[in-house]
Design a binder for this molecule. Sequence first.
Ligand code: SAH
Length: 214
Amino acid sequence: MRKKQLEILLSNLKEMDNPNMFEEQYTTPGDIAAEIVLFAYYRGDILGKKVVDLGAGTGRLGIASMILGCKKVYFVEKDKRAIEILKDNLKTITLKSNQILGNYEVRKGDVLNVLLRGDTIIQNPPFGTKKRSMDTKFLKKAFEIGDVVYSLHKKGNCDFIRDVAMESGFELVEKKSINFPIKAMFDIHKKKKVMIEVELYRFMRCYDERKSRD
Ligand code: SAH
């Protein structure tokens, strides 16, 4: 599938009409969702893999993974309204897409309590501006349940994030800068957008030499 086609498919999916700013519900724009998941795809982390979309919202990251041939997606989200839209989007994409999509499961609940395992974790977590260190909590959970992690963060915390990863036995192996449009807090009703600089990080579980010696 061409990047442009994927962008269009994703951009046409429904997004939250009344995002909860306290939960930092920023839907990833279609072009950025396509960029993130293709980035993972070209690194061999999507095709045939079990993908977990943490804080799935209306599902664009997980849906893009399905379109690009992953084996299964777990969508984890706690907001009931987001899940309704996500389910609707899954129906739409199944109808629109002329390929057979992989298996999926929608888990309603708190990311921090989730018990499952995946190969690749993809997340656009709350940036932690409303609920302090929520981004770090999401990251630690991702490190617990996956082997490769893609995570979007506000620019400027790279050193701190690298340390969090190290403590969990992960290495920050790559990063990519992205301009991310969000609806300005005080202009929600006018739908005014501001651009913020974010970074997509790719982390890999460190190879454990002791294990390979045993
Ligand atoms: N992944 C989506 C949504 C990103 S916004 C996209 O890229 O478009 C972050 C999402 O995380 C929101 O939908 C919010 O409801 C959800 N969220 C925030 N804290 C959560 C938690 N503790 N458990 C589950 N979902 C959470």
